[in-house]
Design a protein around this ligand. Structure first.
Ligand code: HEM
Ligand SMILES: *[C@@H]1O[C@H](CO)[C@@H](O)[C@H](O)[C@H]1NC(C)=O
Ligand SMILES: *[C@@H]1O[C@H](CO)[C@@H](O)[C@H](O)[C@H]1NC(C)=O
Length: 374
């Protein structure tokens, strides 16, 4: 019996080992320069930077697209490139995906690294590296990113819990706190709205009938409200126009602290953007960022922290950023089958050995066992 039990324990341990070896966790140890020396003599970060710079020179809106992509990826199930997976009901298809762009620049960067060292660089790391480059090209500082992430195996629209633009400051604080991000982190990260655009449909309520008052949002500068009303007419059409999130015309595509100056002047576009300049819990932080020159550094630190969100689920290095590796799906099934087979064999072996002992062993042992069993 003891042998049998030992055998079973061995079997279970083996199952555990197999499962562990099958699934490198997404929760890799992150470190600056993880890819140094891992891609022949090539500098992975430089390859990605080259692709992003080439795209940026043709289309600078790739910068806000990537910045938003990192937020959406990291905030939902950690930074695991789950946002990149295609599929009928993947995260991409969730409502707040609205206009998340930049998927093709990630594909290009992935293709570039894959040519030199296939199967080494994760898509999750590419999002984070490319975003850093985009921020830097847009005049923000160049922060050092940590790498070493794995790509996740799951992407479900139903996992998307991104905050809506009308979220209250309290609820937003709670949502960020749930991810281990402080009020300061939240205010700094909302500084991502220093570049890029919003569609009229996402703040239209503030221009005409704010919270059913029949009036515009009183916290918005009336001259801004009137200008926005002409860009965003209050009639049912198929057109959803866009306006800059940073209303400083000289700085709307530069990563700097002008966004905070704008919201202090009641010129925020999204409701949450305006609210952080007014709420007791956040307005001092907004004031401090608006009044200092270290936004780039602090924004970089907050982005690095956003980049540490992980979920601990199994991961891999995807071949294509848009799909889970097929080879992996096959080997997973094969490997489990093979291991189960092996475990069954071991158990049989153990039983056989035990049986041999019963038959050919000394009778005393056999008798003792029978007694113990009764
Ligand atoms: C409470 C948190 C947040 C809310 C409610 C929010 C909401 C939104 C909304 C509604 C838009 C407009 C989308 C559109 O009309 O296409 C937007 C755009 C954007 N968001 Fe956020 N956001 C939040 C946090 C963040 C964070 C943390 C970042 C990055 C660090 C970020 C970066 C961006 C960027 C760069 C854009 C412009 C995208 C583009 O021009 O393509 N947002 N956000
Ligand atoms: C985003 O979601 C909408 C549905 O909410 C879908 O029609 C659209 O194709 C999605 N965008 C992408 C890039 O998948
Ligand atoms: C937000 O939270 C603070 C402190 O947690 C509380 O004092 C305040 O009443 C809340 N505000 C709203 C509008 O719920």
């Amino acid at each position: 019996m003891a042998t049998l039990r030992a055998g079973a324990a061995l079997g279970l341990a083996l199952i555990g080992l197999v499962l562990a070896s099958l699934s490198g966790s997404c929760h890799g140890a992150l470190q600056v320069g993880f890819y140094n020396g891992k891609c022949r003599v090539s500098d992975v970060e430089a390859i990605v930077a080259g692709v992003v710079a080439a795209r940026f020179s043709k289309d600078p809106t790739v910068a806000p697209a990537l910045l938003r992509m990192q937020f959406h990826d990291c905030f939902v199930t950690g930074c695991d490139a789950s946002i990149l997976l295609d599929g009928k009901s993947s995260e991409k298809t969730a409502l707040p995906n609205l206009s998340v762009k930049g998927y093709d620049v990630i594909d290009s960067a992935k293709a570039a690294v894959e040519t030199i060292c296939p199967g080494v660089v994760s898509c999750a790391d590419i999002i984070v590296m490319a975003t850093r480059d985009a921020v830097s090209l847009s005049g923000g500082g160049r922060y050092r990113v940590e790498t070493g992430r794995k790509d996740g195996l799951v992407s479900l629209a139903s996992n998307v819990n991104l905050p809506p633009p009308s979220i209250s400051v309290n609820d937003s604080i709670a949502a960020f706190a749930q991810k281990g991000l402080t009020v300061s982190d939240m205010v700094l990260l909302l500084g991502g709205h220093t570049i890029g655009i919003a569609h009229c449909s996402l703040f239209q309520d503030r221009l005409y009938n704010y919270q059913n008052t029949g009036k515009p949002d009183p916290t918005m500068d009336p001259s801004l409200a009137s200008a926005l009303r002409s860009t965003c007419p209050n009639k049912q059409t198929n057109v959803d126009n866009i306006v800059n999130l940073d209303q400083d015309p000289l700085s709307s595509s530069i990563v700097d602290n002008s966004f905070y100056k704008q919201i202090l002047a009641r010129r925020g576009i999204l409701q949450i953007d305006q609210e952080i300049a007014l709420d007791r819990q956040t307005k001092d932080i907004v004031g401090a960022i608006a009044g200092r020159l270290d936004f780039s550094t602090r924004f970089g630190e907050a982005m690095v922290k956003l980049g540490t969100l992980q979920n601990g689920a199994p991961g891999e290095i995807r071949q294509s950023c848009r799909a889970i590796n097929t080879a992996r799906r096959i080997t997973m099934v094969q490997s489990v089958a093979k291991q189960l087979n092996m475990i069954v064999e071991i158990l049989f072996g153990v039983m056989f050995m035990t049986k041999r002992k019963f038959t050919y062993g000394d009778g005393k042992n056999f008798a003792n066992r029978r007694i113990m069993e009764n």
